[in-house]
Design a protein around this ligand. Structure first.
Ligand code: FPP
Length: 299
């Protein structure tokens, strides 16, 4: 069983259908969506989830009717303004990722202010993706890497080398991605970062995604077996090796299935996906290696 996820990514889909069902304008659905984001983030703080990254506006959402785009951007400015005190008081650090160049000066200023005033928050990282696309992220990271390494060729670029230039840096990879609203696709959200993420799709519309729905997603996640490219058999001997190395933990023979289970539980309890997840690698997990400042993405 997995411990609860350390990082949850959310595609907040279904605002439009929520309002349509009630014969209301789509803007009401987005307003309710923003209000629900507040509740879900609060619940995540209580559940000790450390990072939440939400998709608020994609690079493709510009294709929506101009009035809806304007409504959404008004809402982003208002949200940043009205939530600032609450974010600060809850110790939430806010970041906005995406291509900011298309934003109005007002939104850019509000983002800078909110990021600066919440920078000391340690209870949860809330990352809001606005004008974000996964392909854009990979492209901008590659360009940024090349600018920082003008004398190196792209042949020298590695996966680990690219990671510090992704807009999500220094966040760890999401453990769980939740998409509400019944669709089963990533829609260009965090496509690099979600290579090994568990994907949870629910028909619940975003404004109705309440604490019970969140708990159902977390419960589902804890049942997933995360192999990261390995086989089941490879995962089990890994636990038994640890057993041999620390016989005093259980005091039982490593071949004893009960002892093995106990040992596996104690191993997996030390951190997100410990034992099998790249983030438990001492280099990639800053909490297990205080000298390491940035988590690396491992294959
Ligand atoms: C998708 O639902 C939702 C969006 C494109 C916008 C998401 C925005 C919010 C949840 C509100 C505000 C967020 C912040 C950060 C203040 P949809 O409109 O495509 O729904 P539909 O598929 O039912 O039409």
């Amino acid at each position: 069983m997995n411990p609860h996820p350390n990082h949850i990514a959310i595609i907040m889909d279904g605002n439009g259908r929520w309002s349509k069902k009630r014969l209301m304008p789509r803007s009401v659905g987005h307003l309710m969506g923003a209000s629900n984001l507040r509740s879900v983030v609060k619940a995540c703080v209580q559940k000790k989830v450390k990072h939440v990254t939400v998709f608020a506006f994609s690079t493709e959402n510009w294709r929506r009717p101009p009035e809806e785009v304007a409504t959404l951007f008004d809402l982003f400015v208002r949200y940043l303004k009205t939530e600032l005190t609450e974010l600060q008081s809850q110790g939430i650090r806010l970041r906005v990722i995406g291509d900011h160049s298309a934003f109005t000066p007002e939104l850019q200023a509000q983002i800078n202010l909110s990021e600066r005033l919440t920078a000391q928050g340690t209870s949860l990282d809330l990352t809001v993706a606005i004008n974000y696309g996964g392909r854009w992220d990979i492209l901008q990271a590659t360009r940024a890497w090349q600018n920082a390494h003008p004398y190196e060729s792209l042949e020298q670029l590695t996966e680990e080398g690219l990671e510090p230039y992704l807009s999500t840096h220094p966040l760890p990879e999401p453990d769980l991605l939740i998409r509400t609203g019944g669709e089963s696709r990533l829609s260009n959200f965090l496509i690099w970062q979600c290579a090994y993420t568990e994907l949870y799709f629910t028909d619940v519309l975003w404004p109705e995604f309440d604490d019970q729905a969140l708990q159902a997603a977390l419960d589902w996640y804890t049942q997933r077996v995360r192999r990261f490219g390995k086989t089941d058999e490879q995962i089990k001997p890994h636990a038994s090796k640890k057993l041999k190395a620390q016989p005093s933990h259980s005091g039982e023979s490593p071949s004893d299935p009960v002892a093995l289970k106990v040992e596996m539980n104690s191993v997996t309890h030390t951190g997100t996906n410990a034992g099998t997840h790249p983030s438990t690698h001492p280099i990639s997990n800053p909490s297990s290696n205080p000298s390491s400042k940035r988590p690396l993405f491992l294959k």
